[in-house]
Every structure is written in structure tokens, then in C-alpha cells.
Design a protein around this ligand. Structure first.
Ligand code: ZN
Ligand code: ZN
Length: 142
């Protein structure tokens, strides 16, 4: 496990102040399309993140409350970041696969479990949340 990561081509790199302790999977339709599979996200507060080569990133505002950043050279899905005002604003969710060494950091949670295609599931027990539960937690107030 390491505290640094990069996109596939290496133009974008990042370092985290804290050791990754756990990560989550998101089964929502947007993460499925964006990542091409299951998005595995490592949460990191904005003030603990340093991104280098950010000029090589393109961000896509995928919803009113978040953007997704990918490398415009190699296409790696680097991070999902909350943009809506509130307690989660600025929080990064790095693609776990972009860590230079994922090690044995465990998968502990799954979001949008009701949108997961039926053909696969993780073997370990995780804290699973439905769309309704996730929306209640993250959606900006109306
Ligand atoms: Zn790249
Ligand atoms: Zn998602």
C-alpha cells in the first residue's frame, strides 16, 4: 500500500497525507459508464491531497454535486470529487487502481447496491447502501 498514485501514462500524479485504510465500491450507472466497470473509490479530504500535473486532467461535471477527472492523454479515471457546498465539498474519491501499490487495503463499503448488475458481486461482507440511502446522505438540500 502506498500514499501515492498516478494515471496510466504518469502525466498526473498525486500524494496523500494519510495512509489509505479502506475503500468503497460504487455500483451506480454513472460510475459504471465512467470507469468501464466498478468504480473503487478511496476517499480523501481535500486538504490531505496534492495533485501534480493537474493541467493534464479534464473534469466532467457528471451531476450538480460532483465532477469526474480523467487524464486527457491516457484516459485513466483518476478521481471523483464532490463540488456541492456542504460537509462533503471538495472531498476526493481516487480510483483505488491508480494507487502505485494497492496492497491489502480492504473494500469495506458498497454504494448504490440496487443498481449493481446481477452477474457479479463481491465475496466479502461490506456495508451496503441503496440509492435512497446514498441520496439522503449526499444530495444537496433542495
Ligand atoms: Zn495519463
Ligand atoms: Zn457511483
Amino acid at each position: 500500500m502506498s500514499k501515492s498514485g498516478s494515471c496510466l501514462c504518469g502525466a498526473v500524479t498525486y500524494t496523500l497525507a494519510d495512509d489509505p485504510k479502506e475503500f468503497g465500491a460504487c455500483h451506480c450507472n454513472m460510475c459504471r459508464k465512467w470507469s468501464g466497470g466498478i468504480f473503487l473509490g478511496l476517499e480523501a479530504p481535500a486538504e490531505t491531497v496534492k495533485v501534480d500535473g493537474g493541467e493534464h486532467l479534464t473534469t466532467y461535471p457528471s451531476s450538480p454535486w460532483a465532477e469526474r477527472a480523467f487524464c486527457k492523454i491516457c484516459g485513466s479515471s483518476v478521481y471523483y470529487r464532490v463540488t456541492a457546498p456542504g460537509p462533503h465539498e471538495g472531498t476526493y474519491h481516487f480510483g483505488v487502481g491508480t494507487l502505485n501499490d494497492v496492497g491489502d487495503v480492504p473494500l469495506t463499503g458498497e454504494l448504490f447496491i440496487d443498481e449493481k448488475p446481477g452477474g457479479y458481486s463481491f465475496a466479502q461482507k461490506t456495508h451496503q447502501m441503496t440509492t435512497e440511502e446514498v441520496m439522503a446522505m449526499f444530495a444537496p438540500p433542495e
